[in-house]
Design a protein around this ligand. Structure first.
Ligand code: CP
Length: 308
């Protein structure tokens, strides 16, 4: 049995506050482990994990691979660009061929929303969603919330503003679900063209003025403009976007309190965030990356309970 209420981690929507609490408490232990001189533990010995990346990634791919290796799992990596997918093989055939090599868990990033859920219904392995299109990126939301908890303690009553391209962001959706399940309040801020029409149904506040949105919050999570998912223009020019929604030192210093600045990466310096803000003491961007390994170790370890 998995220690969590789910067999797969497909999205934050499917898990509950107890699951998140268990992941965080397990990640606390793993964070201590990975800061020891000897970082490797045998918890996932004899478990084989395939990392299938059908879309580019730096942080998530390396973070999962490191988490798996720290837990002593056997790891195989697959990148769509160098695979037989380009020869016309379907997703299910590709994955079943990999599973025939006796793989227990699949960590998958895919450009299509719902790909991880689809796979979970058609193959016999535990699936972890490492980002599916503009849908969910559950481990990113977990590491973001874990990083806020580390800074502020309890998330209950904490105010988080997510700024930027909400419409195309799986990070935004997973963060909204995760933060709300932990009792935080969420606001989204960006041009109206980049805020989805269904946003009000999610129970979040909406603000188009960046200064007001930042005055409201304890934490600002700055998102990248996802140009790769945009087939039309959503704002007149990047220059205008930067003027209205870019976070710079001048705005940050004008606020009545010191807020925490987050970014899931990859950052575009000078667009959604200036270098002096990204590298400032208010920024926890690299702590997010460090916490990502511990949080992913916790997710893999807890889900593996159903396999062993
Ligand atoms: N945050 C994130 O998902 O980054 P990558 O695309 O580099 O994995």
């Amino acid at each position: 049995m998995s220690a969590l209420s789910v067999k797969h981690l497909l999205g934050i929507k499917d898990i509950n506050a107890n699951d998140i609490d268990m992941i965080f408490k397990t990640a606390d232990t793993f964070k201590e482990v990975i800061n020891r001189p000897i970082k490797k533990i045998p918890s996932l010995r004899d478990i084989t994990i395939a990392n299938l990346f059908f879309e580019n990634s730096t942080r998530t791919k390396l973070s999962f691979e490191l988490a798996e290796k720290r837990l002593s799992a056997d790891v195989i990596n697959f990148a769509a660009s160098s695979s037989s997918v380009s020869k016309g093989e379907t997703l299910i055939d590709t994955v079943n061929n990999i599973l025939a090599m006796k793989v227990d868990m699949v960590v998958m990033r895919h450009p299509y929303a719902g790909a991880a859920q689809f796979l979970s219904k058609h193959v016999n392995a535990t699936i972890v969603n490492a980002g599916d299109g503009a849908h969910e990126h559950p481990t990113q939301a977990l590491l973001d919330a874990f990083s806020i908890r580390e800074k502020l303690g309890d998330l209950k009553g904490c105010k988080v503003t997510i700024v930027g391209d909400i419409l195309h962001s799986r990070v935004a959706l997973s963060n909204i679900f995760c933060l709300q399940k932990l009792g935080a309040e969420v606001m989204v801020c960006g041009p109206t063209t980049l805020i989805p029409k269904y946003i009000n149904e999610l129970g979040v506040k909406v603000e188009t003025n960046l200064k007001k949105a930042l005055e409201w919050c304890d934490v600002a999570n700055m998102l990248r403009i996802q140009l790769e998912r945009q087939d039309i223009k959503f704002f007149p020019s990047l220059r205008e976007y930067v003027m209205l929604y870019g976070l710079n030192k001048e705005i940050l210093n004008s606020l009545s309190k010191e807020i925490i600045v987050m970014h899931p990466g990859p950052i575009n310096r000078g667009i959604e965030i200036t270098s002096d803000v990204a590298d400032s003491k208010q920024s926890v961007i690299l702590q997010q990356v460090e916490n990502g390994v511990a949080v992913r170790m916790a997710v893999l370890y807890l889900l593996a309970g159903a396999i062993k």
